[in-house]
Design a protein around this ligand. Structure first.
Ligand code: ADP
Length: 175
């Protein structure tokens, strides 16, 4: 059983095995939570990202995929970078958003991570409505088989925290 919780705060302050980053496909840093992680984690994370780009992801990391690097100076062992989809009103991209959570947990399992902190992937610059982002995030984690013991959603602002807390407090689907 995976314990799921939602807290309000800055994900870069979390003490967990792995912190998930809402990265962009370049892996070379951006704004929002990505910028915050690189700022606090220091240059070692970007260095690892550059190496990964050169060795595996010359065209960038595809949307819905996830990959791990060192966590630099963060209080974690790894950062798992995942690329969320840009929200669209004309196309249903929720499968890609679900894939971010599933793939991040798969990478966490490969690493042997037992505690993982997630931000609200795609719910910032990528424009995903927070209630829907929270529903997909929590449902996907509930539906994913993983050895991760604790998933903590770390939400920056109160509105995001409320949306995630509501989903976490809802009883899961039976079966
Ligand atoms: P995306 O491009 O995937 O939308 P963003 O970084 O713009 O990614 O936003 C994703 C979510 O992360 C937003 O809800 C934003 O408020 C939140 N966020 C930004 N900084 C932090 C932080 N330091 N800790 C946790 N969440 C953060």
């Amino acid at each position: 059983m995976t314990t799921i919780e939602a807290v309000q705060g800055d994900i870069t302050r979390e003490r967990v095995d792995a912190i998930v980053n809402a990265a962009n496909s370049s892996l070379l840093g951006g704004g929002g939570v990505d910028g915050a992680i690189h700022r606090r984690g220091g240059p070692a994370i970007l260095e690892d990202c550059r190496k990964l780009r050169a060795s595996h992801y010359g065209k960038g990391l595809a949307t819905g995929r996830a990959v791990a690097t060192t966590a630099g100076n963060l209080d974690a062992r790894w950062v798992i970078h995942t690329v969320g989809p840009v929200y669209s009103t004309t196309e249903d991209r929720s499968g890609l958003l679900a894939s971010c959570y599933r793939e991040s947990l798969r990478v966490a399992d490969e690493l042997g991570a037992r505690t993982v902190a997630f931000p609200a992937v795609s719910a910032g610059v990528y424009g995903w409505p927070i209630e829907d982002a929270a529903r997909i995030a929590v449902q996907t984690v509930r539906d994913t088989e993983t050895a991760v013991e604790e998933v903590r959603f770390v939400l920056f602002d109160e509105r995001a925290f409320t949306a995630f807390a509501e989903q976490v407090d809802k009883p899961g689907r039976p079966g």
